[in-house]
Design a protein around this ligand. Structure first.
Ligand code: SAM
Ligand code: SF4
Length: 496
């Protein structure tokens, strides 16, 4: 995998394998130590917070050192083969630690659970417990089962589970930005992708619980939420009794609290409605979202973004390929022309909006000519950032069943190198276009390179570094004049 730019926080390379630490709550497992590390997308990191929350209710406390842990969990990603390889290597290290501490429980969570449960549990004997992404509520029982000397598995996928009522613990954060999961699973069946198999059917979370979580975050000092889903544009929630209130009481009350012009709680709430509901919490709460699907992103969403200054003008719109035949084989259900129409709509309705993307090189049967159409698409859109990958065949997917993975690795790699170089130029160009302009920046903290500088993001998600000024603290907004840039960062000074 080659991530050119790490500004799309949906998959943050610097957080891969990060361990999560929280304060203990008294309970049955009082004193037992949990170690949990996460791989993959932001959804996985967000799930680890749900797991930690469930187990802290049982009295577990967390540790940042797996050698010191009673329970070691690894939250896994299956999206490409190298993601799985990374997890396997880590499990071997845990096996060594377990050799020294035989009472240690080792578990695999998340996307690799279903596909590799037999291998992990029986063949390789690497783990004691395997739990899929919809079964985290069952973890306390499964740990009990392991404690009584058995192996434990629950990889059942659910059509309902959204963990809406679980208040995720916020860990390893700067107290300013938070991810909020608005839906789970995916119904799209892109032919290259394992997500529909590992995470199950798409389901949307109750908008009231989403607004409540964002409101709580704002009250606790957070100033930016990123609404997460595999395809946020297909978010849809139909009116039903509020699950946490007996007999649905409180539904009208909830309406009154959160209902804005776009939040049609009488009928269904779509993504545009939800965005508006969250944006109306407070003008100082920035709202971002990821991921948009080109087939589903509507003008209604774009006009909602235009109406609210606090909905950031940044859209992650994965193209995957610029060629219609390849898009058809990928089962993306849009054409090159459709994608261009959506980009044109963004440029028309939201001038200046940043656009980022995902691209796959060397998908089955892709010719040089077809690859050139991806290149020309990148030149047309002038993406601000891009995540670029070589195609990695995943067992069980439609592409693995139907098409030969017939593009040689060196061709995939050469095409990737070409587009990575192109994107580097485009990213630089897009940042250069910001020079001489004043940007509203949310201060996130000190710059990694110098404690004399602050860093924060512009509305368009570009990282800005500027000299620290004691009048302003992290979590505050400042106007910064962009004066210089590298290929990935703007540099400027406060002009307030
Ligand atoms: N739901 C999002 C969408 O449809 O755009 C993307 C989710 S996926 C976790 C993130 C990215 O991983 C995809 O956009 C795609 O570019 C890449 N990806 C997924 N499966 C892949 C595969 N088999 N080989 C290479 N890249 C893959
Ligand atoms: Fe995978 Fe496609 Fe769903 Fe994205 S939309 S998660 S690429 S199946």
């Amino acid at each position: 995998m080659m991530d050119l730019i790490s500004q799309d926080k949906t998959h943050d390379e610097s957080r891969q394998g990060e361990a999560l630490v929280l304060d203990p709550i008294e309970g049955k497992n009082n004193g037992r130590k949990l170690y949990i590390e996460s791989y993959g997308c932001a959804m996985n990191f967000s799930d680890s917070e749900i797991v930690a929350s469930i187990l802290s209710e049982q009295g577990f406390k967390t540790t940042g050192d797996f050698n010191d842990a009673d329970v070691v969990f690894i939250n896994t990603c299956s999206i490409r083969e190298n993601a799985e390889t990374r997890v396997r290597n880590r499990l071997k290290e845990f096996k060594v630690a377990k050799g020294k501490n035989p009472g240690m429980v080792v578990g695999v969570l998340g996307c690799m659970a279903e596909r590799l449960k037999a291998k992990f549990l029986e063949e390789e004997k690497l783990v004691d417990v395997v739990v899929g992404p919809d079964a985290y509520r069952d973890l306390p029982n499964l740990i009990d089962q392991v404690d009584s000397g058995q192996k434990a598995v629950n990889v059942l996928l659910s059509r309902e589970e959204t963990y809406a009522d679980i208040n995720p613990v916020r860990l390893n954060t700067n107290g300013i930005n938070a991810f909020v999961s608005i839906m789970r699973g995916c119904d799209n069946m892109c032919s290259f992708c394992v997500v529909p198999f590992t995470r199950g059917r798409e389901r949307s979370r109750d908008p009231y619980s989403i607004v409540q979580e964002c409101q709580d975050l704002f009250n606790n000092g957070y100033r930016e939420v990123t609404l997460l889903g595999q395809n946020v544009d297909s978010y849809k929630w139909a009116k039903q009794p509020h699950p946490t209130l007996p007999g649905g009481e409180g539904f009208e009350e909830a309406n009154e609290q959160v209902s804005p012009t776009g939040g049609d709680l009488e009928g269904a709430v779509n993504f545009a409605g939800l965005l508006e509901m969250v944006a109306l919490i407070h003008p100082d709460l920035r709202v971002r979202f990821s991921t948009s699907h080109p087939k589903d992103i509507t003008d209604e969403v774009l006009y909602t973004m235009a109406r609210h200054d606090n909905i950031c003008k940044y859209i992650h719109l994965p193209v995957q390929s610029g060629n219609s035949r390849i898009l058809d084989l990928m089962n993306r259900t849009y054409t090159r022309e459709w994608y261009i129409d959506r980009v044109d709509a963004i440029r028309r309705i939201l001038p200046g909006c940043a656009i980022s993307t995902d691209v796959i090189t060397g998908f089955c049967t892709e010719t040089d000519e077809e690859h050139k159409e991806t290149v020309s698409m990148m030149e047309y859109v002038q993406y601000d950032f891009a995540y670029m990958f070589m195609y990695s065949e995943r067992p069980g997917t439609l592409a693995a069943k139907r098409y030969a993975d017939d593009i040689p690795e060196e061709v995939k790699a050469a095409r990737l190198t070409e587009i990575v170089a192109l994107q580097q130029k485009m990213s630089h160009l897009r940042l250069q276009q910001q020079l001489g302009k004043v940007q509203k920046v949310l201060i996130e903290g000190l710059s990694k390179k110098s404690k004399d500088d602050y860093c924060g993001r512009t509305d368009q998600n570009a990282m800005m570094v500027f000299p620290k000024d004691d009048r302003f603290k992290p979590g505050m907004y400042v106007n910064v004049m962009a004066e210089r840039c590298t290929t990935a960062t703007l540099m400027g000074t406060i002009v307030d």
